[in-house]
Design a protein. Sequence first.
Length: 179
Amino acid sequence: MNDASAKLTQLINQAPREIAPQKELWNDIERQLDKVELDQPQNKAQQRPVFRRLAVASIILLVGLLGMNIWQHNGELSTLATPSPLLATLAEIKLQHQLQVEQLSQQQHLTNWQASELGLPLENGIEQLRKAAEQIYQALQQTPNDKELWQLWLWTQQREIELLQQGQTLPVNPLPQGV
């Protein structure tokens, strides 16, 4: 170890005390100091973080959009696979309405108001309401969250029942004898 230390000390003592540049550098340094900072091109170290931030933001945005698209697509599939509670309610209301209409129809046969002249416009109105209600029902199956369609459908059903009940109060023309 002493031999290595002695060699090192000898090399240090032989080394020059100052190192002089091969050419004069001070003029170049002065010119750089006098330049305005705006004239200097931005160094690449400053450009990289901006590029990296932009790239990271773009990737996050892309992943977010793809995730939302997949999530919405899965939501559509799950609503198609399982019937929604609104559609089940819709079918239940339709069934109840049909039962009410059947009960009123049985009473109609007892009073026979359809045979009177006053029953024809009422019968036409009921038929139009039934057609409208069926079209609204089909639209509701496509968009069960539409409150206005629900209200319109329920109104047509209620109006049909009201017209059937009005038919019960119409005067009856008895059928002529021999018919």
